[in-house]
Design a protein around this ligand. Structure first.
Ligand code: ADP
Ligand code: MG
Length: 616
């Protein structure tokens, strides 16, 4: 083929691809424009995950009548005038690409009026071409409706993810901007239903409540003043204006160590109020929690880094979600120190050595740090021996049915299987004691066993759960008083999609207003736990997944249920409890590993012991 210049429209479509990747990018760009226009109210309405409609209405400056068409041309911006402006960008937009890109791949209607002009303009574009223009009455500000995204780029439209995924990404953008701009009132609706609102009170805490729910927001610790001078350390003290200019500040909120997640998604970073992705700075936050969180767990944090515009290059990528910092090390250090200081000062003292499972009284209502608080609760009930749930059954202490099963299994094992150490089944063991409130020591026919109580219990519960599922179904325990649970918008969306699956696992949940659900029943396994915390724990991982198959999702949820119900490390167990657990582990099909594949026990054979002690 001969080399030729692409027709304008095709060139625009290609360029649009970098800026407008999906419906959430449209939401992001339009919100950024509204914020740059000084809006104090921003309403976002979405239909069908943004495929059919993304509409953003603001009460900002509006676009002057004679500039409306220009705004939709490529490289048209009011935010940059000359090359030197690029070195200190104080607006969210500056590339003059977004409106042109959006218009090139959709049908756009814009209605806008600036203060002082008697009437506004309505402009309709299709694939970037003007369809009509009228003078209309309109409030001050701008409404941009983007319909049928990618209608003229079928390849793109085909590759859009599920409506749920798009909704989640949109929720993420809206809630993140609401955090960065607490003085602005945001409202988001999906298919006519409001799913998120912020008050515009200018108090970040209010936004955090709207995003995370009151319980989690209450737990978050505010970062104290964390300032650092950049570069020239000899800067004169008295020259405070200049000093201010060269100052880097870290503000925000971080979770206490009792609040943790299975992934980094809840570490949110802003640089000069721009939401950014940055692995290194994310790592600075994680490092600040070093040794404070269980391995594989990640903190919740909302961090605002502010520094002079000249210290940041935001012109790295068309989507503007990455930045380059002139002094990346300073930023890393400042974040790491500020977070560490806050977490250490804010977290209650704990007994050395017992790790995350030690929980202080005030933390019982902690919704994310559930691992500890649930334990206590579970034990409270067990001590009373009430068996409100099926705890007794799980421990096999007083329930005849459990005793029967154990008896059978034990006698089966007793006859000749005792020496099958490397095989599938376990030998009969005698409990000797517990170490570190986490491991059970037991003696077998050939040496000694160290059993990880949490991993072992997970295995036991998992096999029971699967057996029940294959036989008469999973037992569900109705709640005497149903619990109302509020979820963050993105998780609420996911939860809603999974109600049926959760129903098949024993959760009976109904939607109850925006982001709120009523839990009427839980799997019997979880009956002893606080229903809200149990639900949160079980759906926590859903968000991490891209588009898992239904089967995988179910398997994952089952694992979560078992993990949530299992006794944790750090809980002391009575001898009867340990014996019950060992007996049940002995009767498991695959007793050597937990359902996640980690070992449940370590065996030190008599021969090994003899060797170690130099007896042979
Ligand atoms: P950029 O934001 O990079 O300048 P855009 O293509 O997003 O580029 O927007 C082009 C121009 O249109 C902006 O510079 C601004 O002048 C104007 N504009 C866009 N959206 C709005 C809005 N909501 N309110 C007022 N002006 C707007
Ligand atoms: Mg813009």
């Amino acid at each position: 083929m001969r080399i030729k210049i692409l027709p304008d429209q095709l060139a625009s479509q290609i360029a649009a691809g970098e800026v407008v990747e999906r419906p959430a990018s449209v939401v992001k760009e339009l919100i950024e424009n509204a914020l740059d226009a000084g809006a104090t109210t921003i309403n976002v309405d979405v239909r069908n995950g943004g495929r059919d409609l993304v509409q953003v209405a603001d009460n900002g400056s509006g676009i002057p009548q004679e500039e409306v068409e220009t705004a939709f041309r490529r490289h048209a911006t009011s935010k940059l005038a000359q090359a030197s402006d690029l070195s200190a960008i104080g607006t969210l937009g500056f590339r003059g690409e977004a409106l042109a890109a959006i218009a090139a791949v959709s049908q756009v209607t814009v209605v806008t009026r600036v203060a002082g002009e008697p009437a506004g303009v309505r402009l309709i574009l299709e694939g970037g071409e003007k369809e009509s223009r009228d003078t209309v009455g309109a409030p001050r500000g701008t409404v941009i409706a983007v319909e049928n995204l990618f209608f003229n780029v079928p390849a793109r439209r085909k590759f859009l993810k599920s409506v749920t995924t798009e909704r989640r990404l949109i929720d993420e953008f809206v809630t993140r901007y609401a955090m960065a701009y607490p003085e602005v009132r945001f409202r988001l609706s999906h298919d006519g239903r409001i799913t998120f609102q912020s008050t515009g009170s200018d108090d970040l805490r209010d936004v955090l409540v709207a995003v995370y729910g009151a319980e989690i927001a209450r737990e978050l610790l505010e970062i104290g003043e964390g300032r650092l001078e950049i570069g020239d350390k000899r800067l004169e003290e008295k020259d405070s204006a200049a000093k201010e200019e060269r100052t880097l500040t870290v503000r925000g909120f971080v979770g206490p160590p009792s609040v943790h997640r299975s992934n980094r998604n809840q570490i949110t970073l802003f640089v000069n109020r721009r939401w950014i992705k940055d692995n290194r700075l994310t790592y600075a936050v994680i490092q600040a929690y070093h040794t404070l969180l269980p391995t594989g767990r990640y903190p919740v944090a909302v961090i605002f880094l502010s520094l002079p515009y000249t210290e940041v290059d935001v012109n790295v990528h068309p989507a503007k979600t990455e930045v380059r910092l002139r002094d990346g090390n300073a930023a890393f250090g400042a974040i790491q120190k500020a977070v560490r200081r806050t977490v250490v000062a804010g977290s209650p003292p704990r007994d050395a050595g017992w790790g995350a499972a030690q929980v202080l009284p005030g933390q019982h209502s902690s919704p994310v740090g559930w691992s500890g608080s649930l334990d206590d609760k579970a034990f409270g009930q067990q001590e009373r021996g009430e068996g409100q749930g099926n705890l007794d059954l799980e421990w096999g202490r007083s329930t005849p049915a459990a005793e029967g099963t154990d008896g059978e299994a034990t006698s089966g094992l007793g006859s000749g299987t005792g020496t099958l150490l490397g095989g599938e089944r376990l030998p009969i063991m005698r409990v000797v004691g517990q170490v570190g409130a986490s491991y059970i020591i037991a003696e077998g026919p050939d040496g000694l066993f160290l059993i990880d109580q949490h991993a072992a219990h997970e295995r036991i519960l998992y096999e029971k759960f699967m057996a029940a599922r294959n036989e008469d179904g999973i037992a569900s325990q109705g709640l005497v008083t149903s619990a109302t649970v509020q979820m963050p918008p993105d998780q609420a969306t996911l939860l809603e999609e999974q109600l049926e699956l959760l129903g098949s696992l024993g959760f009976h949940i109904e939607p109850f207003g925006p982001n709120t659900f009523v839990v009427r029943a839980v799997p019997a396994l979880l009956a002893r736990l606080d229903p809200a915390a149990a639900l949160r724990a079980v759906v926590e991982d859903l968000e991490a997944e891209k588009a898992p198959l239904e089967k995988e999702r179910e398997a994952k949820l089952i694992l979560r249920v078992c993990k949530t119900a299992a006794v944790k490390a750090g809980q002391s167990l009575s001898t009867a409890e340990m014996e019950a657990m060992i007996r049940q582990l002995e009767s498991c099909q695959s007793p050597h590993t937990c359902p996640h594949g980690r070992p449940t026990l370590i065996h030190l054979s008599a021969a090994q012991l003899a060797r170690q002690f130099g007896r042979t």
